[in-house]
Design a binder for this molecule. Sequence first.
Ligand code: ADP
Ligand code: MG
Length: 229
Amino acid sequence: MPSRLLDVRGVTKTYDASPTPLDVLKGVALELGEGEAVAVVGPSGCGKSTLLNLIGALDRPTAGSIAFDGRQLESLSPAELARFRNRYVGLVFQLHHLLPQCTAIENVLVPTLVNRDAHAPRERARALLERVGLAGRMDTRPGQLSGGERQRVAVVRALINGPRLLLADEPTGALNEEGAQDLMRLLRELNRDEGMALLVVTHSTAMAEEMDRVLELHNGVLVPRRREA
Ligand code: ADP
Ligand code: MG
């Protein structure tokens, strides 16, 4: 068992909604080892994005605890939380959220602007962009890139500060089948090469099968995926 990176215990999330509050997560438990790759599957609206947002410290649980490297996220100050989001986790979403007026490499460098420990960020950005097959596209703006290329830029941006965990929320959702397969392979290769853990939400059975484990969010809790007969 790899050493533990992430420990989620008894996490619940209730949204204020009318007429009644919405209990989305009802006691989620999840342990993730250093460098491990895990897929989370489940029907639309079951709470997958909610869970990733809690782990990425974009939102706070209603109850329960999330510990990263033995430190409880709820005990961190706002400044420490900002640092956690910048250094330790990388986030990739279904939509790339790149800045349209900036080139690929400028987009990748954005997270390094607030990272005083960033070492030779431009060299790392170049190396990573080359690594994902974008050597010739570094000075291109997102509007001139294909959907798959934009997602690769978004992945490199998420990795630029060397996170220990990459959170990917349906990263292939806006790509065609071939683009989806390429991105899935790339994420898995980067997980192995860079050594960061990977937690990926996906609708794709093929993508899920590539990971070390597949978990299903079902009725507000995470369970090992039931095998289809
Ligand atoms: P998934 O990613 O699995 O499709 P989500 O986590 O986005 O599911 O949403 C789970 C449920 O919570 C949905 O019913 C959604 O409408 C609701 N929801 C998500 N975010 C909010 C919010 N900020 N306020 C109220 N309800 C929300
Ligand atoms: Mg979602």
